[in-house]
Design a protein. Sequence first.
Length: 252
Amino acid sequence: MSSNNRYITVQRIGDIRRISKLTYPVACGLIVDGYAEDAAKSIQSLKLFAPSDTAIAIFASGDFDVEPLANEIDDRTILIHIKGGVGWGEAANNLLKFSPAPIMIIMDPSTVLTGDAITPMVKKFEEDAWSVVGWHGGLINVEDEWRSVTDVGPGEVDVIFSYFMAMKVEDALGATGFNIRAAYYRNADIEFSLRVRQGYGRLLQMDLPLEQARHHGYYDTDPEYRDAQSKKTYDRILDRFRGKNEILVPRR
């Protein structure tokens, strides 16, 4: 592990020992594997609208120019550059493992805040009824034999997507976190959500002041890689969960 006094550089994620010496009420983690200037805009929106005691942890994955991200470093914003790259699931698990807060938000670099999306989520966690709270999600479509998710709007759901998903770190780790075999983000959030449901955790979808800019993780990823990795994860979901309707919330 090395440092240039602004951020930490490691070759592999196993070299990370901590994210921050400080503790916070909430932390927001981003996994960035390119398009750093666009990710920096998302981080700027977070700084503009998030409470000042929200930590921001950036994992830059791969050998690319992280300077636009380094420019965002301040007293509550930490950058760790994993030069050798890391799979999405493993990166998300390390954000949980080393979280400097009891609540961790996984935020896609394409998500932009247009208002304070964090305070309403934290208030929901104060009810002590929810393990995961997020922006978009839905119900597993059992009529489609678990092959899709239907967005039914705000309320209790089976699945929260990783555009903006907050979780109690204790509950997330108790559900064994994300699958480290998920090298790519897509469907990893569905797999994680169902792990939480299987462990009796509850997930809440909310309307929040957020927008999505260009989703580089989907639109600018090699289509063959994208589709192959997405299928691998969804095949695991079907193998493990399909037919276990008892872990799903009541349909609405």
